[in-house]
Design a protein around this ligand. Structure first.
Ligand code: NAD
Length: 502
């Protein structure tokens, strides 16, 4: 057994899991029953463990358990009681932050400093949504008929959530917390590449007092386990975070049984820099936007639109700035960029860089990369226009295409010339221009003189190929509940008549 395998096992045990990947169903760690899946350490390219896809029988068990526990969650606890359990969960996550972060770092290849922040944000999510459980009230609507008409917001039942590998525990918390705050049960399937921190998280939720089986984790493949959960008749809604191509498959499958879907998909966000900005800030912002997390972020600023007058200066600043970025072992405290999370993604990024060269790109990168793992250099592509393959394809790596523009209108036109609508940013000291550009760019999230700021209290989501529906904030509570309209006839003489309903 290698040192990394041993390390993996020791952190699995530290968060209360067995040596290998198991599902968490009805409060029990349960081995999968399907085909074998290999988990590889992205830092070394060497095997960490092997496990079995959950399969359809376990999927059925998970949905049944969640359906039963959801009734207990709603009927046996008060709304405030549910909130208290979620506050305890937040504390439990904080108390186990270091071990969860280390395990996340080993499996995903993400730097430990980023993993700590992400786990602390998960704790914040349970605290934030725990505060909402007893504040989900409806409205009284002054209908003209004299009825008392009011709405209540009801949970949907069992929610099936599918998550990707780029921020595994963060995305799990982001979707589980609002779902259970609204009184739902959850079955979640994390990416087959990064399942373990989601299992550990859900185990901590149950330790905090969540009814056994309210949240279940299925580890394994989308085509088998994922599809079988989408089709399960107990599932009332499907929430998917991942690529547009898979999102389409998920939406088509869910539509067969008329299940509603939230799709949180990819992006090709424009980071727009005007010559009236603070160039130093913009240069740092542009690097953080694309290089942090090795660019494996749905909102990464992968198209850098630069006003022509500062194009050469800014691209040189970024190219020289990236030489001081520290790539290395994700567990090293000083590492700023780790490896790409898995071989499939590593090959995809390499392929796009190859295409960029064929299409005439000048490529600026650093030469001294750590050996052995899936490392890609921070890369700046110049001499390409917005219709080039790298500018139109989601690369999901530390690769930015720098495109010049002349005028504000041109910048907005290029920003919107994409199939995505997830995020964007503008760097300028002209307040009017900042707001004009923010209003004209198609994006669910937009930053002014900033990048990547998000918070659980603010809505997040996209349009076009970036999906639909919203996560986080008050909006997530709307996604995870349905309004019921209740009519009470208060007239002395009942106003019932045939043909009244419109
Ligand atoms: P992916 O689409 O390959 O996989 C996502 C999930 O879908 C995984 O759990 C996978 O097992 C599952 N899956 C695969 N095939 C399936 C099928 N046929 N049916 C059901 N489930 C299936 O995406 P990925 O490579 O894991 O993640 C990267 C993508 O996620 C990028 O496009 C990125 O932009 C996107 N993403 C979006 C957000 C957002 O909030 N908008 C956040 C993070 C990542």
């Amino acid at each position: 057994m290698t040192d990394r395998e041993n390390l993996f096992k020791s952190y699995m045990n530290a968060v209360g899991l067995n040596d290998t990947v198991e599902n968490f169903i009805n409060g029990k760690l349960t081995p999968g029953q399907g085909e074998k899946i290999l988990l590889v350490d992205p830092f070394t390219g060497i095997k960490l463990t092997q496990y079995c896809d959950a399969g359809s029988n376990l999927t059925e068990n998970a949905c049944t358990a969640s359906n039963s526990a959801q009734k207990i969650w709603m009927n046996d606890l008060s709304a405030a009681g549910r909130g208290q359990v979620m506050q305890r969960a937040s504390l439990e996550i904080s108390n186990n932050l270091e071990n969860l972060a280390k395990l996340e770092s080993i499996v995903s290849g993400k730097p430990i400093r980023d993993c700590r922040v992400e786990v602390s944000k998960v704790a914040e999510m349970f605290s934030y949504y725990g505060g909402w459980t007893d504040k989900l009230h409806g409205e009284v609507i002054p209908v003209p008929s004299g009825h008392l008409n009011y709405t209540i917001r009801e949970p949907l039942g069992v929610i099936f959530q599918i998550t990707p590998w780029n921020a595994p525990i963060f995305t799990a918390g982001w979707q589980i917390a609002p779902a259970i705050a609204c009184g739902n049960g959850v079955v979640i399937k994390p990416s087959e590449f990064t399942p373990v921190t989601t299992v550990a998280l859900v185990r901590y939720l149950e330790i905090s007092g969540l009814p056994k089986g309210l949240v279940n984790v299925l580890c394994g493949l989308g085509g088998s386990t994922g599809q079988s959960a989408i089709k399960n008749e107990l599932v009332r809604k499907v929430v998917f975070v991942g690529s547009p191509i898979t999102g389409k498959k998920v939406a088509i499958s869910a539509s067969e049984s008329l299940k509603p879907v939230v799709l949180e998909l990819g992006g090709k966000s424009a980071n727009i820099v005007f010559d009236d900005c603070n160039l130093e800030h913009a240069s740092l912002g542009a690097q953080a936007a694309i290089f942090s997390g090795a660019g494996q972020s749905c909102v990464s600023g992968s198209r850098l639109l630069i006003q022509s007058s500062i194009y050469n200066e800014l691209t040189s600043m970024i190219s020289s700035g990236m030489k001081s970025i520290k790539l290395g072992d994700p567990l090293d405290e000083n590492t700023q960029i780790g490896p790409i999370s898995n071989l499939k993604q590593f090959s995809h990024i390499q392929n796009i860089i190859k295409i960029a060269k064929k299409e005439g790109a000048n490529v600026s990168e650093i030469s001294d990369l750590p050996k052995g793992g899936y490392f890609i250099s921070p890369t700046v592509l110049t001499n390409l226009n917005n219709s080039s393959t790298p500018a139109q394809t989601e690369i999901f790596g530390p690769v930015v295409t720098a495109i010049p523009f002349e005028t504000e209108d041109q910048a907005v036109a290029i920003a919107n010339d994409t199939s995505f609508g997830l995020a964007g940013a503008v760097w300028t000291n002209n307040v009017g221009r900042a707001h004009r550009v923010a209003s004209k760019v198609t994006a669910g999230t937009f930053w002014i003189n900033s990048y990547k700021a998000i918070h659980v209290s603010s809505p997040f989501g996209g349009s076009l190929s970036s999906g639909f529906g919203r996560s986080s904030g008050l909006e997530a509570l709307m996604e995870y509940t349905a309004p019921k309209s209740v009519w009470l006839d208060s007239a002395e003489t009942p106003s019932i008549s045939f043909g009244y309903v419109a």
